[in-house]
Design a protein around this ligand. Structure first.
Ligand code: BTN
Length: 336
């Protein structure tokens, strides 16, 4: 008998009580009188004062001026409250913010197994055991970068899972391009690069049942404000950050919001139009298609050839001297 597929729990990002005060301040240039705010939020002046004090504790700079009211003069670099407002009404329902964790992917996999909804997002300021591709470590110092994992529960066959890595790299590249104006590209399989230097990466993890994906977790690490001096020694010549490339610091909340909005767009596109447009965008953003490359394989070997394309499931098609090869994992280096 065919097993009935469980219904996907759907939630949408919604502001919490305290967020309404912040939302009003964020949408106002200049002062908002205490009276207007109290009325709008249905709060006494004392309760409003307490709410402002709580926001200040979270790093929001709020000026209070007798006779004029309240004015927002600064926001923290990474804020759960502001992100919830920026994502209001989108599919990203539950936001889990952690100061420090082992790995946001591990937390998301655990939460998903315990029933967390499709669209749950886990963000950490730092990770102690950040994971990269091919069993590597992902350096995750606090206060500088983005470490983000999202839980998806799509109704798909395991064979269709790789498209989620491709669509995530497309979403991240497009979001970072629009936030920074930099011509960020994708290096196969899913590195975000600028002039060949790595800005970020994506790690997809899955929990499967025969013939079905129970849940998948897309983990993204993006180097935002890390100065070169703080990059691990072995990465100094191969990695970079938005700060290094532009000379300015970016607000992590805004970058996360841009990435999640693009990710939602690509997911919508997948369900409406299938994988074709996503593969097309991936190819357009690719830094390596058409070039001669060498690929180091996970077994220690390496192959050399022309990167002629990716197939429908994201495998790299390499034209080598012995014919066409399809490669599922490895590290690609373009030939000079
Ligand atoms: C890569 O090797 O290129 C993929 C790196 C993915 C790193 C991110 S950071 C957030 C999430 N949690 C992890 O432990 N890894 C991913």
């Amino acid at each position: 008998m065919e097993e009935k597929k469980p219904k996907r729990k759907k939630t949408h990002a919604r502001p919490r009580a305290g967020d309404e005060a912040l939302s009003s301040l964020l949408n106002t240039h200049g002062y908002l009188s205490g009276e207007t705010l109290s009325k709008r939020l249905g709060l006494s002046r004392a309760a409003l004062w307490k709410r402002m004090a709580r926001l200040r504790e979270k790093g929001f700079q709020i000026e209070a001026s007798p006779g004029l009211g309240y004015r927002l003069t600064g926001t923290p670099d990474l804020s759960e409250e502001e992100l919830r407002i920026l994502l209001k009404g989108r599919i990203w329902g539950e936001l889990v913010f952690l100061n420090e964790t082992s790995s946001t992917n591990d937390v998301a996999m655990e939460l998903a197994a315990k029933g967390a909804a499709h669209g749950t997002v886990v963000i950490a300021d730092s990770q102690t055991l950040g994971k990269g591709r091919l069993g590597r470590r992902w350096a995750s110092p606090p206060g500088m970068n983005i470490y983000l994992s999202v839980i998806l529960k799509p109704d798909i066959d395991p064979k269709s899972a790789p498209i989620f890595t491709l669509l995530s790299s497309v979403a991240a590249a497009r979001a970072l391009r629009s936030v920074t104006g930099l011509a960020i590209e994708i290096k196969w399989p899913n590195d975000l690069v600028l002039d060949g230097k790595k800005l970020g990466g994506i790690l997809l993890e899955l929990r499967l049942e025969p013939g079905r994906v129970l849940h998948l977790v897309i983990g993204m690490g993006i180097n935002v404000n890390i100065p070169r001096s703080h990059l691990p020694k072995e990465l100094k010549s191969t990695a970079t950050s938005l700060l290094e490339e532009t000379g300015r610091a970016f607000k992590r909340t805004a970058v996360v919001a841009a990435v999640l909005k693009e990710l939602e767009r690509e997911l919508d596109c997948l369900s409406r139009e299938g994988r074709g447009p996503i593969l097309q965008r991936w190819r357009e953003l690719s830094s390596t298609l058409g070039r001669d490359v060498s690929v180091s394989l996970p077994d220690g070997g390496s192959v050399y050839g022309n990167a002629v394309g990716i197939d429908n499931s994201g495998l790299l098609m390499l034209r080598c001297k012995d014919g066409l090869m399809k490669i599922s994992a490895g590290d690609l280096t373009p030939s000079a």
